[in-house]
Write a protein that binds this ligand. Structure first.
Ligand code: PLP
Length: 354
């Protein structure tokens, strides 16, 4: 059977019926990559898997939620949708809206969005509005305007987003044959941790797994409202996708942590960048900085002396593709070497480098 995206694959778990017209870009079905080089480097005896969500059609996990949200918006007769975004939601909303033939309005924080993401929303032909403010202010605006005008809100407070995103958990269980022992992931607005926890629980209820993972969520330390227990007015981090000071699904994230016996902690930009480089240089996996907070969190956890039993299965979600944010990749790498087109010069360089 040709793969047709997460709604076709997991129909029985999703709010669609045989008349629903599905708006899909064949999202999902992303690889679960075993990271043995990182395992050896960290000298640990448990298995590390990377769920590479950057391979979704617009380059982030947001597509799982967006196929569902746009499908339902169209089913309900919507002509336009709106979202606030640190970048990936806008790219995804713009793409699925284009596919559906409806309009997409995106509000982004001016100057704080990775170039790749901005270019996507623009070429997918969204109405892109940059506000002189941060994500939290943009979210508050779109909530209000969507009530005044007939615009469907497709941020993760839209319950259909969570429904679509929970399929990430189904895929992990399908791949491993059982739920993992630990599930590490970035936390921004906290929709995704909410979705994964829902997915793991539903899959177990239906008998597809016997256990549930500990949910380990990581905010950036300059944008860590859940860890601090209070709203952060001016969140700051290099990981722009999780630069959020007042998460919409705050309570649900805390609930996922508590019910699963996991934790929500934070990692510094330095720890994030270290993990970002490690993923690329040791495993050949290019994700965006926010994504690597899952691995950064795992490293912080084990370095703090916490034990993860041998042979456990640990999954790190890599939420978005590194290509979205080339500036951060270039700024955090050694300079490229320049030389004349001359074989002797080239040889001298290579003798030194290899
Ligand atoms: C949206 C996003 C996050 C944060 O997900 P939430 O559901 O807001 O917690 C993390 N990483 C990337 C790449 C994202 O696009």
């Amino acid at each position: 059977m040709r793969y047709l995206g997460i709604i076709e694959k997991y129909r029985q778990f999703l709010p669609v019926n045989s008349n629903t017209k599905i708006i899909s870009l064949n999202e999902g079905n992303t690889p679960l990559i075993k990271a043995d080089n990182i395992k050896d480097f960290l000298k640990v005896k448990f298995n590390i898997f990377l769920k590479y969500e950057g391979l979704n059609p617009t380059g982030s996990f947001k597509d799982r939620g967006m196929t569902m949200a746009i499908t339902k918006a169209v089913e309900d007769g919507a002509k336009a949708v709106i979202c606030a975004s640190t970048g990936n939601t806008s790219a995804s909303s713009a793409a699925y809206s284009a596919r559906a033939g409806i309009k997409s309005v995106v509000l982004i924080p001016d100057g704080n969005i990775a170039l790749g993401k901005l270019s996507q929303a623009m070429l997918y032909n969204a109405i892109v509005i940059a506000i002189k403010g941060n994500f939290d202010e943009a979210l508050s605006l779109v909530k209000d305007i969507s009530k005044r005008m007939s615009l469907v809100l497709v941020n993760s407070i839209n319950p259909f987003r969570i429904e679509g995103q929970k399929t990430g958990a189904f895929e992990i269980v399908d791949d491993l044959g059982e739920a993992p022992d630990y599930h590490f992931m970035p936390v921004g607005n906290a929709g995704n941790i909410t979705a994964y926890w829902k997915g793991y629980k539903e899959y177990r209820e239906k008998g597809f797994s016997k256990k549930l993972p500990k949910m380990m969520g990581y905010e950036a330390s300059g944008a860590a409202p859940i860890v601090l227990g209070k709203i952060v007015k001016n969140p700051e981090t290099i990981a722009t996708a999780i630069r959020i000071g007042n998460p919409a699904s705050w309570d649900k994230a805390v609930k996922a942590k508590e019910e699963s016996g996991g934790q929500i902690d934070c990692v510094t930009d330095e720890e994030i960048l270290k993990a970002y480089k490690m993923l690329a240089s040791l495993e050949g996996v290019f994700c965006e900085p926010a994504s690597s907070s899952s691995l950064a969190g795992l490293i912080k956890y084990i370095n703090s002396g916490k034990m993860i039993p041998d042979n456990s299965n640990v999954v790190c979600i890599l939420t978005g593709n590194g290509l979205k944010d080339p500036n951060n990749a270039i700024n955090n790498s050694p300079d490229i070497i320049k030389t004349e087109p001359n074989i002797l010069d080239l040889e001298t360089i290579l003798v030194r480098k290899l």
